[in-house]
Design a protein around this ligand. Structure first.
Ligand code: NAP
Length: 273
């Protein structure tokens, strides 16, 4: 095993929908990362407990090799455990196996973190507002950033817009509410985090229903957030469906925003797959 690879143990699993789940694993003491970064996680399907209770015929079908995939970390750099948020892709080699995870299973963690969707990429002076726009499991890096007090201290308003197909797929709502309360209290401003849920394939009271680029162009996102979005006042981070990232990036550019390079510019992006 390479020096960077460590064994970690599954501590808990939360199932949100048949296709969405989260899990926590032990955190190796030496493992450091910045909020917003990714790691590579590995699974050897044949070693999962799930297959130990199956007939030989089923168990023999499980691959006996390590499969790795990039995952961004939900938990904060200060947490004792590492948390991840995953979709199940039926024909995907990795997640179709990972869905069978059980507490006590072992995974492999490549302790070399990567990715540049971190707030440290922005040079000071910072604008007053931070906009975090996510679809699906692309919420993960933003949850990590929102558990870092520095994020709350650095911006006057933080808008978290989170789009899912259905209400059921809007995971972590209670966590977001808890962050609003806990960190809002710490910075003496409970209204600092403005959460804008978006549900695109069901009509849900209190949620917007169009896709992010449309909501930016027709101004409904800004209206719901209660603040303007312009080149001088905002940093904007995008994470999730690659088509959303592309379409939203182009929309923001058409509104005068620029990509962040060498610390300068508004927009930073990460495709989630
Ligand atoms: P998704 O299709 O990405 O939808 C999540 C949200 O993003 C929905 O509100 C959707 O709106 C919106 N959206 C999609 N395309 C958009 C665009 N171009 N601009 C703005 N918003 C957009 O849902 P998902 O469940 O995360 O993933 C969908 C499929 O992608 C899955 O079937 C999976 O097989 C595949 N996939 C996902 C991942 C992953 O890590 N999430 C990885 C590999 C493959 P609409 O309802 O209008 O589409």
């Amino acid at each position: 095993m390479s020096d960077n690879i460590q064994r970690v143990t599954v501590l808990s699993k939360t199932t949100w929908t048949p296709n969405l789940f989260s899990f926590t694993v032990t955190r190796p003491e030496s493992f450091k990362f910045t909020a917003g970064q990714f790691v590579r996680l590995g699974v050897n399907p044949s070693k999962l407990k799930y297959y130990q209770n199956k007939s030989d015929e089923v168990a023999d079908k499980a691959l006996d090799e390590d499969i790795f995939r990039a995952y961004s970390i939900v938990s904060s750099p200060f947490d004792e455990v590492l948390e991840f948020f995953s979709i199940v892709i039926e024909d995907g080699a990795f997640t179709s196996q990972l869905q069978h995870l059980q507490v006590g299973d072992e995974l492999l963690l490549n302790t070399m973190p990567f990715g540049f969707l971190t707030l440290a990429r922005y040079q000071k002076p910072l604008p007053k507002d931070l906009w975090l726009l996510a679809t699906g499991t692309g919420l993960a890096p933003f949850l990590s950033m929102l558990q870092d007090l520095q994020t709350w201290e650095d911006y006057e308003h933080i808008v978290l817009a989170y789009s899912a197909r259905s209400k059921d797929e809007l995971a972590y709502i209670e966590t977001i509410e808890r962050l609003q309360e806990d960190f809002g209290t710490l910075v003496d401003n409970p209204a600092k985090l403005i959460f804008v849920p978006i549900v695109t394939r069901e009509k849900i009271e209190g949620a917007l229903s169009e896709r992010l680029p449309q909501l930016l162009l027709n101004g409904k996102l800004q209206q719901q957030a209660g603040i303007a979005l312009d080149i001088d006042s905002a940093h904007v981070m995008l994470c999730g469906n690659p088509e959303m990232v592309e379409d939203t990036k182009e929309t923001l550019k058409s509104m005068g925003m620029v990509m962040n390079r060498r610390g300068e510019g508004n927009i930073a992006v990460e495709n989630y797959w």
